[in-house]
Design a protein around this ligand. Structure first.
Ligand code: NDP
Length: 328
């Protein structure tokens, strides 16, 4: 059929979730009010889980892709018209709603953010959920009163997507950033994007005691588990940690001591269902606070045909920075 287009679809095969490429038509898409021609999507950790069949797609068939940027083709909403450039992050895409690994998608108008003028669609997906979520973390630390003069800010999982943007954004805002990574080969990269110092995952774990030497004024943690517990134990008096990820596990083996003896704050950050005003605030700040010249070091662009292999790599912690997915 002439109006068919390509999409990555996760479906049930012999009791397992399996991803593969399919030709769809507009008639196959959900009955939502805006039809978008997609230019780019991205690769996030959650996309890796989805395309490797690890239970992210809560209904099947599911079109993968947590993020998308594209051009409105048709709109039944007064808020958008054909030709508008838009982006979507989260809102259940690839979990309960069909996502961005497709050349076209129908979406609810209330999920769409107008593309900030500062960014091309490729830029917007270079940033993607990882960059937008990092900005939500920075906003959370700012609201908690963490200032550059308070001391060092730790970023864990620093060479990943969320971590890389956290390093770059915090450095541009004048914070002294210490990046924790498990990959020695990323040290030069992390320094180039703004880390003043790079430490190993082991050093980040400190003494392992639940109440450790005070070291960090603030932290952005994409690892969770014993890493987040160690970060909490090393927070300075009154410091704040934005907890955003679980790359190292979803448990949190800690005690109440950092909270009740040092007044440490643990700030939960969710990007998926974040309200529109927060999204617009984050994208507006990204437009002013992100040095896009760093993209040359941070971003690679890959065709959608590679997304299943790339998904397996991100789950093994082998992806540096961000991958933009060209769906066309
Ligand atoms: P990436 O895979 O790009 O980054 C994760 C990084 O964590 C890796 O690069 C690695 O960094 C580190 N890491 C991986 N495995 C381990 C491990 N076993 N122990 C310690 N460190 C590890 O993923 P993203 O940046 O896309 O996402 C990071 C996390 O944030 C994920 O858990 C994701 O689900 C979560 N997330 C949450 C969001 C929210 O709304 N709350 C939104 C977006 C992401 P290094 O090599 O430098 O050590």
């Amino acid at each position: 059929m002439t109006d068919s287009f390509k999409a990555l679809v996760i479906d049930d095969v012999d009791g397992k979730q399996v991803a593969g490429f399919r030709d769809l038509t507009v008639a196959d898409l959900p009955d939502y009010d805006v039809l978008v021609e997609i230019s780019y999507s991205t690769l996030n950790y959650k996309d890796g889980l989805a395309v490797c069949g690890k239970g992210i797609a809560r209904r099947r068939p599911m079109v993968g892709g947590v993020d998308l940027a594209g051009t409105v083709l048709e709109s039944a909403s007064p808020d958008f018209k054909a030709g508008d450039k838009v982006l979507v992050n989260g809102f259940g895409l690839s979990e309960t709603e069909w996502g961005g690994y497709s050349q076209k998608q129908k979406l609810k108008s209330e999920w769409l953010v107008k593309l900030p003028e500062a960014f091309s669609m490729h830029d917007a997906m270079a940033i993607g959920t990882a960059g937008y979520t990092s900005m939500l973390c920075v906003l959370a630390l700012e609201k908690a009163g963490v200032k550059p003069e308070d001391g060092d800010i730790l970023v864990t999982g620093a060479a990943g997507g969320v971590g890389s943007f956290a390093v770059a954004l915090l450095a541009k805002l004048g914070y002294r950033v210490v990046a924790s990574t498990g990959r020695e080969e990323t040290h030069a990269y992390l320094k180039k994007i703004g880390a003043a110092e790079v430490i190993s995952r082991e050093e980040c774990l400190g003494s392992g005691r639940p109440f450790d030497k005070e070291r960090w004024a603030g932290a952005i943690d994409s690892v969770g588990s014993k890493t987040l517990a160690a970060v909490l134990a090393q927070m300075k008096y009154g410091g704040a940690v934005a907890a955003v990820g679980l790359a190292g596990g979803n448990d949190l083996p800690t005690t109440v001591l950092p909270f009740i003896l040092r007044g440490v704050s643990l700030l939960g950050v969710d990007s998926v269902m974040a309200p529109m005003d927060k999204r617009v605030e984050a994208w507006t700040r990204l437009a002013t606070d992100l040095d896009t010249s760093l993209f040359a070091d941070m971003i690679t662009t890959e065709p959608m045909s590679n997304v299943i292999d790339l998904g397996a790599q991100i789950l093994k912690g082998q992806i540096q920075g961000r991958v933009v997915i060209d769906v066309n």
